[in-house]
Design a protein around this ligand. Structure first.
Ligand code: AKG
Ligand code: FE2
Length: 218
């Protein structure tokens, strides 16, 4: 038992090494089956069990600038909270990643926020950048997918762009796949899904508080 625990701790360190190396080299990484299978299974069970009322339409912009824009995105979200055991386990894993990356890359990641997202058939999220202009507190984006199977024809791909108009990556939202990327560097979009599509999107933030301006907002 102890050996098993040690082994998985070692695996996690190796995974974090891989993420750190890829971020340094490419600014992004796609990791199939990154999360422990038990964790993605329980997260899938949780999101799939939510009643419709649990979700709210996702918006664009933050705090004072927040608005609904169904032409840009029409997924539905629910923020994760540490009060639920399953959600807490995901947040705890991300906390390990946060300190792991700070140790390796001195990124100064300060906190993490994440929401479940549900894309109904026909839903999409047009090309956008996650970091809000002028307030650079979101520095590293994560997306974790919770769909037990997915085929090309189901759509709902994450397309990532860098400079050109052609995507540099096309990612299927398959269970356990984790994507991590620098928030201000990669415009990305979710193509129209023809099936219900589940994910958890999250952001590591730096503490950009300057003088009286509290950022992130409390
Ligand atoms: O679900 C995805 O693949 C990406 C979602 C996204 O870009 C976002 O929520 O900002
Ligand atoms: Fe995004």
């Amino acid at each position: 038992m102890e050996a098993e625990v040690l082994l998985s701790a070692l695996d996690t360190e190796q995974l974090f090494d891989r993420i750190a190396d890829a971020l340094t080299e490419n600014g992004y990484v796609v990791l199939p089956a990154a999360l422990p299978a038990v964790m993605s299974d329980t997260l899938f069970t949780r999101i799939a069990s939510f009643e419709d009322e649990v979700f709210r339409p996702a918006g664009v912009g933050r705090a004072g600038e927040f608005q609904l824009n169904p032409f840009v995105r029409n997924d539905e979200i629910r923020w994760l909270a540490p009060t639920d055991e399953v959600e807490a386990s995901y947040l705890a894993w991300m906390e390990k990643l946060r300190t792991g990356l700070n140790r390796r890359l001195f990124m100064g990641l300060f906190d993490y926020e994440a929401h479940f997202a549900r894309y109904a058939p026909g839903a999409f999220y047009k090309k956008h950048v996650d970091a809000f202009k002028g307030r650079t507190n979101r520095v590293l984006s994560t997306v974790c997918y919770l769909n037990p199977n997915w085929s090309l024809a189901d759509g709902g791909h994450l397309l990532m762009y860098e400079e050109g108009i052609e995507p540099i990556a096309k990612i299927s939202p398959l269970m356990g796949t984790l994507v991590v990327f620098l928030s201000d560097r990669f415009p990305h979009e979710v193509t129209t899904a023809s099936r219900l599509r589940y994910s958890i999107a999250g952001w590591f933030r730096v503490n950009a508080t300057l003088g009286p301006h509290i950022d992130p907002p409390q």
